[in-house]
Ligand binder design. Structure first.
Ligand code: CA
Length: 246
């Protein structure tokens, strides 16, 4: 195919890798200039697209602007601990997280995995080992946030682009408003949404109806789920609002 005229492939080995490994958008969070240069070089040689930042603040901003497939994360950063960033990324993104750090103790590695890292490489590191580990992550099947067709929470499956919901494998027929509500709850399963937030997001800014409408439609939603399962799907958080029951 491409190889016929593509004289720019450095080696047949590289071409073999290119054809079997998915190329990724990689965010590298690293304050050491030397380490950043090595990591960036080895990723780009493998065809991955790289954005590099040196602080947690810039990493957070970059995560909002782009949706990386992989975050390579140093732990000792000038404005905080990379473990906190790792936890925050894991709550909001399906990106792979590879911790690249000088902290080599077992307790540090365990802490990294506990906050959601997919892999852990200690410095000094071998560039070829790093790229082998990146490739291993790229081969791992995982729903990616930017194109994810499904949100799965146990037996609850929501397919936003198709506006479909299944509970225990049974399709649930929802009205537009009911779907929009479950869409809100599953888009950010950690977040409790107030009636006002739901009114604004589902009904829109210009809606003048009372917020008891939220309770009515959530009641309807619960009835439809209850036909299939008695498990709680939408939880009432007293005095605040509602969230997904997980
Ligand atoms: Ca560092």
């Amino acid at each position: 195919m491409l190889a016929e005229s593509g004289g720019w492939y450095p080696s047949s080995l590289w071409y073999a890798r290119m054809s079997s490994v998915e190329l990724m958008n990689v965010l590298v969070v690293e304050d050491s200039v030397a380490a950043m240069q090595v990591v960036t070089k080895v990723l780009k040689q493998s065809g991955h697209r790289v954005v590099g930042v040196a602080t947690i603040a810039d990493a957070v901003e970059s995560m909002l602007l782009t949706q990386p497939d992989l975050v390579i994360l140093d732990l000792g950063l000038p404005d905080g601990d990379g473990l906190d960033l790792c936890r925050a990324i894991r709550e909001r993104s399906n990106a792979y997280i590879l911790i690249l750090t000088g902290r080599a103790d077992e307790a540090d590695k365990v802490a990294g995995f506990q906050v959601g890292a997919d892999d852990y490489v200690t410095k000094p590191f071998s560039p070829s080992e790093l790229i082998a580990r990146v490739d291993a992550l790229a081969r791992r099947p995982r729903a990616r946030l930017d194109e994810t067709p499904e949100r799965v929470f146990g037996d609850l499956v929501v397919r936003p682009s198709l506006r479909q919901v299944e509970l225990g494998g049974v399709p649930i027929e929802l009205t537009r408003l009911e779907f929009d509500l479950i869409d809100q709850f599953t888009a950010d399963p950690q977040q409790v949404l107030t009636r006002e937030q739901l009114m604004e997001r589902v009904w829109g800014h210009n809606w003048f109806g009372g917020d008891h409408l939220v309770d009515v439609h959530i009641g309807n939603l619960r009835k439809k789920f209850a036909v299939v399962s008695d498990r709680e799907i939408v939880r009432t958080v007293r005095g605040i609002g509602f969230c997904l029951a997980t």
